[in-house]
Design a protein around this ligand. Sequence first.
Ligand SMILES: [Zn+2]
Ligand SMILES: [Zn+2]
Length: 346
Amino acid sequence: MSETMKAAFFVEPGKMAVEEVPKARLEKDDDAVVRVVRACVCGSDLWYFRGLSGHPKHSQIGHESIGVVEEVGPEVTSVKPGDFVVLPFPYSCGKCPVCKAGFESVCPHGGYFGASQAEYVRVPEADGTVVKVPGSPEDYDDATLASLLSIADVMSTGYHAAVSAEVKPGDTAVVMGDGAVGLCGVLSAHMLGAKRIIAMSRHKDRAALAREFGATDIVAERDQAAIDKVLEMTGGYGADAVLECVGSKQSFDTAIGLIRRGGVIGRVGLPHDVEISAEGTFYGNIGIKGGPAPVRHYDLNGLLDAVVNHEINPGRVFTAEYDLDHIQDAYEAMDQRKVIKALIRF
Ligand SMILES: [Zn+2]
Ligand SMILES: [Zn+2]
C-alpha cells in the first residue's frame, strides 16, 4: 500500500479543498523530499483564487515552505534526512552561468514550486535549491520560524525590489504595495540605508507594520494625487528609488510618475497589463530592473543570518495562522484583507 499525505487543492476560483493524495516521493536522483513544517498563502495565489489569472482546476498549489528533509536521492550531497531547510519558491540547478551570476530564480534548468501547501514536497535539483538552516525546527521559536518562512519568498522578494531599485544610504525610497512583499520591501530599503521611506498604504494595520519596519511616511493617496504628494515631499524631483511590489498598471504608472530622473524602479510585482513607454523612460533616464527574486542568492548572502541572529523580524507579516484543514479560511481571510499573510502550521 502506498503512503498518502494531505494536500491543499485549488478547486476553482473561490474554492479550496484538502485531499488525501499519494505522498510526494523521489523521482530523480537529485531530488529530495521535505516534510513541511510551515507553509503559507501567497498574494500571487490570490490571483487564482479571485479568478483574475488562470490556474488548472483541481490542482495542487503553493510555493512557500520550510521543513525537514525526509529522504534524498543518491546524487544529493548538500543535505541529508533530518536537516532543516528553507525551500525558495524557485528551484534551480545552482551551477549554470545564470545561477552563478546570482539569478537562480530564472535558471534555465529550474522552475517554480507549485504544490507546497501539502504535508510533503518533492524538491527537484535539491543541491541547487535548498537553503540549509542550522539546527532543527525545535530549536526556534514561532516568531523565528515565521521569519524563516518569509525568506522562502516575500522577504527575499521585497529585498530584490530594494536591491533592483539600487537603494543607497541616504536615499528617499517609495514602496508601492502594502501587502507582505511591499512591507518586506520597506524593511529591505531600511536595511540598505534609505533615509526616508515612503510607504503607499491606506490600511491602518499595514501602515502600522510599515512604520515598525522603518517607513518614515505613509501616503494614502493614489494615482496622480500620490504622484503630486511625493513630488511635493521631494522638492519636485521625485524619489531616488521606487520599489514596485504590486504589478498592476495603476501601480506602475504611479511609479513612473514619481521616480526621480535618473532613478531606478525595482519591480517584483507580477505584471498585469503593464505598458512601459520606451520614450518616456528614455527621456527620464529611468532604469527598470527586477523580476522573480533570486531567493536562494539573498538567503545565502545575508538574509538567513539576519533572521537567525534576530536582526530582522520579517515574519511579522504573518498575522494569522491556520492548519491545512482550514485552507479555505486562510485564503478567504487574505482575500478579504482580514490578515496580511496567512501561515499554515503543520
Ligand atoms: Zn509567493
Ligand atoms: Zn542554473
